[in-house]
Design a binder for this molecule. Structure first.
Ligand code: ADP
Length: 161
């Protein structure tokens, strides 16, 4: 069975992330969606909340496991016996950073491939930071994030009343 890791901040998970998870789950036997625990990177949601939101949004995918990790991604991937790291690609702007990360990980660990899935075109503009901003200003985020994430965002939105 081929195992893949999909790492990210998921602060919070968007429909774009879920789209990538669904694509990866249709190709790999098991997909670990791994929330990065990085105390130096300030996140809007705690990692437990981010995991909870991902769990709620991927309930329909039986071969997807929500997890978290700290330290080097390749060490975590080896521990999980993964043969691939999954990343999502949106516009050209993602490319340079993703290219650098993929080649650095390959240098450290040649036996693990980074595989990119193209997002559905309706999510090509979507990012967690954009969603956070809209929600903070009380704007609508339906269709951008899964329903359970929308509920969580509403709790912090000024229009919650
Ligand atoms: P990171 O901080 O590691 O970039 P993110 O949670 O922002 O974590 O993203 C994780 C992965 O998901 C990255 O590969 C990113 O390019 C991808 N991604 C983010 N938003 C989308 C989207 N709307 N469609 C497809 N992939 C996306």
């Amino acid at each position: 069975m081929k195992i893949a890791i999909y790492p990210g901040s998921f602060d919070p998970a968007t429909c774009g992330h879920i789209d990538i998870i669904e694509r990866a789950a249709s190709v790999f036997g098991k997909v670990y969606v791994a929330v990065i625990k990085n105390p130096e990177k300030k996140a809007e949601f705690g990692f437990e909340d981010r995991m909870k939101m991902l769990k709620g949004a991927t309930k329909h995918l039986k071969n997807v496991v929500i997890d978290s990790f700290s330290g080097l991604l390749i060490d975590y991937a080896k521990k999980k016996k993964a043969s691939a790291i999954i990343r999502g690609l949106r516009a050209v702007s993602d490319f340079e950073y993703e290219f650098q990360m993929a080649l650095t990980n390959r240098k450290m660990c040649p036996e693990i491939e980074t595989i990119f899935f193209m997002t559905g075109s309706q999510y090509a503009y979507l990012s967690s930071s954009m969603v956070r901003q809209i929600a903070k200003l009380g704007g609508p985020v339906s269709g951008m994030v899964p329903k359970n994430v929308e509920k969580e965002l509403k709790k912090t939105s000024p229009t919650k009343a």
